[in-house]
Ligand binder design. Structure first.
Ligand code: GDD
Ligand code: MN
Length: 371
């Protein structure tokens, strides 16, 4: 009986760890090394509207606007809409002063009377976007763009098959960012590899560009919790390439409670996998493409796979407690020792977040958050 429990635990652990590992190695070897098979038009210079939501961003908003001002892209082709939701700090004042001081930069300020969350703010801003805007870039205030971010991004849109482009994120170099960067490197590698294959199901809020005509036609997904990652999947279900570009680079500072932030990030990832496909179908979308297989596998990784690890752990602990089995004690010790390797630890911690997020989503979607 004990041996049966242990065997089952080992099978669950193998099914949990092996497919993602093989997927990662395969994606890195097969897809990541491919060139982008796009037809670039180097002279393509579309009009860009940047939408930047703010809630109590007095520490970062000026630096962010400076980043936009310092882009190596013709400012005459760029419009920025800052949409604030009744911040209680100096954000509004700072935006207005900055815009006055830099009147050659086209900044519009939209003030919502009440705070209704980021998604609501993005939709308010979209109402102000002129029809015919070629590219819309959504961005978080606390994300700092390399000066080439816009010019690199538009190159991809010069190919008609591209519907959205997101950035690679790294964390500003501080002591506590090492672990986060392990996670980010893994994620960036997978996202870029999937993009080269066809499309990636996860986009990043710090820089998320979508072809304006697609937003004109279908809007943005607006189920609770859909304010960044799922925009890419939605575009991919339309049959367009939704890509993370390896040369569109953004840095984020680490701020606020990382626990709450990671839990929310995991919750929103899960909502993406639970609802975006359904949402796209309701809109009459879901064109077949190589994206379907990427979606299926990532769906498995986010929704099912974490529970296998917990199943395995529970069985081992049970067999150890009930029968004092030496084998399970040994296996648990080995597992524990493996946690001293940062990639293993980062992976396992992320599985905890995904499991907690699955539960937490049953009572809150965390559409408005503090820090
Ligand atoms: N206008 C407005 N109204 N803006 C908001 C609100 C709101 O109620 N709440 C948050 N924001 C703005 C913030 O000011 C920031 O510019 C951006 O939305 C992201 O919020 P952060 O507080 O920086 O959250 P984060 O760093 O954890 O963001 C990550 O997770 C979010 C969802 O879980 C990013 O990936 C975001 O893109 C993502 O939406
Ligand atoms: Mn942030």
């Amino acid at each position: 009986m004990v041996l049966l429990l242990i065997a089952l635990a080992l099978v669950l652990a193998a099914v949990h760890f092996l497919p993602p590992l093989l997927y990662f190695v395969y994606a890195k070897k097969r897809w990541l090394t491919q060139p982008w098979n796009f037809h670039f038009v180097e002279k393509f210079r579309p009009r860009i509207t940047i939408i930047n939501p703010t809630y109590n961003e007095e520490d970062f908003i000026e630096r962010k606007l400076d980043d936009i001002r310092l882009q190596d892209y013709d400012q005459k082709m760029v419009e920025t809409i800052v949409v604030d939701s009744a911040s209680t700090d100096k954000t509004s004042q700072l935006v207005e002063n900055w815009a006055e001081l830099h009147n050659y930069v086209n900044v519009k300020f939209v003030q919502e009377g009440l705070r209704n969350g980021k998604l609501h703010a993005l939709k308010s801003a979209l109402e102000k976007v002129k029809e015919g805007c070629e590219i819309i870039v959504f961005t978080d205030t606390d994300s700092f763009w390399y000066p080439t971010a816009l010019s690199r991004m538009v190159r991809y849109f010069s190919d008609k098959s591209v519907g959205s482009v997101t950035c690679c994120i790294s964390y500003e170099d501080t002591g506590s960012s090492v672990g986060e960067n392990v996670y980010r490197n893994y994620y960036n590698t997978l996202r870029i590899a999937e993009s080269k294959r066809w499309a990636t199901p996860i986009h990043n809020g710090p820089f998320l560009a979508i072809r304006g005509s697609l937003i004109d036609r279908y809007g943005i997904p607006d189920f609770p919790g859909s304010d960044d990652s799922c925009f890419g999947a939605f575009v991919a279900f339309m049959g367009y390439r939704a890509i993370e570009a390896n040369d569109v680079l953004v840095e984020e500072p680490m701020r606020g409670s990382q626990f709450r932030r990671k839990l929310r990030r995991a919750q929103h990832l899960i909502l993406n996998f639970l609802y975006t496909k359904k949402y796209a179908k309701q809109k009459g979308l879901c064109t077949e493409s190589p994206f379907d297989r990427t979606w299926m596998f990532e769906w498995w990784l986010h929704i099912i796979n974490p529970s296998l690890l917990f199943g395995s752990l529970t069985l081992l602990i049970l067999s150890m407690v009930l029968t004092q089995s030496l084998i399970s004690t040994g296996l648990l010790t080995v597992g524990f020792l493996l946690l001293s390797f940062r990639p293993v630890r980062t992976w396992v911690v992320q599985q905890f977040y995904l499991m907690m997020a699955l539960f937490r989503n049953t009572w809150t979607r965390d559409t408005m958050w503090g820090r």
